[in-house]
Design a protein around this ligand. Sequence first.
Ligand SMILES: *Cc1c(COP(=O)(O)O)cnc(C)c1O
Length: 496
Amino acid sequence: MPVYYHSTRDSGFTATASQAILQGLSKDGGLFVPDHIPELDKSLEELSRMDYRQVAYEVMKLLLSDFTKEELEYCISSAYDQKFDTEAIAPMRYADGAYFLELFHGRTIAFKDMALSILPYLMTVSAGKNQVKNDIVILTATSGDTGKAALAGFADVKGTRIIVFYPKNGVSAIQEKQMVTQKGDNTLVVGIHGNFDDAQTGVKKIFGDEELAKTLDQAGFQFSSANSINIGRLVPQIVYYVYAYTRLLGEGKVKAGKEINVVVPTGNFGNILAAYYAKEMGLPVHKLICASNDNKVLYDFFSTGTYDKNREFVLTTSPSMDILVSSNLERLIYKIAGEDAAQNAELMRQLSAGGVYSITDTMREGLKDFVGGCATVSETTETIRHIYEKDQYVIDPHTAVAACVYEKHVQESSDGHVTVIASTASPYKFTRSVMEAIDPASANEEDFALADRLCELSGVKIPAAVEEIRNAPVLHKTVCEKEEMTDVILKFLHID
Ligand SMILES: *Cc1c(COP(=O)(O)O)cnc(C)c1O
């Protein structure tokens, strides 16, 4: 049965997968969701004998129903190639009682590459399928990692432009340098005075601006989104959970059908939602453990049933998780509301009006597979140090939030399931915080000296992504107020 997509705020409206990918966000402000979640149609044993690309095909074909076999295989083989520094694409490493699923072997050394290396292909194929004549303008708000991964994916892709907004003082030095040195005539990187939520809210507003859409259309452009609200991001992320499970199966670390836990350091709720979809597709998953940093809105939500963003925004050492409005949670809310678009729309209205909503007890039952946890900055630092000292394995602060939450979970519940922790960034992306944990004496050195020192201590080669920006010139210097985002876009597209 083919999968169609509709909006979490209006179930009347239907789109094909390619239309949903092109559009990004539904016009009513809702997110596209599949009308049903198909079961895996290959056994776990069969999947365990396939490589990453083959597993990707078996998973993605089920959700991207209007893509032909040739189209999908073209997208997959173009994305998961030598851009990744390992054949395995997403290798696993056992340390401190869990399997770390390393999702950072792509071009920008963060897990965003897993989806953003394929999105440009899904997008251009979708444009072709739907006779789109306009150039596509990808508009993205980033807390650091999405921006660079999207830039790397879309740079110089014909028929596209990519514009990235990031919080000027809310990303790491390496993250900023990665973005502002981006090459490609179709790219624009803009720092805004504000935090990530300001950037994200601004982008959502621009997407909803019909006048602006008309102006763009007349000039031969249309917006789309590379943020994790796009199902073209979500679907490729399901793949690596299936891949991880079937690797463990192939190596005899789990028996077929035995459940595993998945721990995910969470920000916008995209990565963990993909794990939830994998479970819905039949992957044996016991608990989905949602790890938050000091911005623990999700932890509080799972403990109380109330989502409340009215709180201080904390800048932590895991900036990609410094988020108070987790956009993708809406997809889960819709699901646990019994796919009732009106009820979901009402809760989202309350969220945007007062910053808070509460779910019903029946809805809370739908969350029983989730466990929320959180870790402070100092606990995160302690976890990086502890795992390094115990196993000589260096993890980044985002991954460390997850590892810390997992440790607490085991202590509290004595849960003995085999566990996979999503390792979302290379430690080289957050060298300063990592080195403060494992070698405080080097704290005063500059960023690239720290990278050299990390290489000595960890024995892991400095990734090309870091070497590349060492001496690269800054090409993007635009900084604006959040009210000026539209003007910046129009100027870049040469529209008056
Ligand atoms: C984006 C990101 C996250 C959060 O993922 P979501 O899908 O937004 O929940 C965690 N860690 C790193 C390193 C990231 O880049």
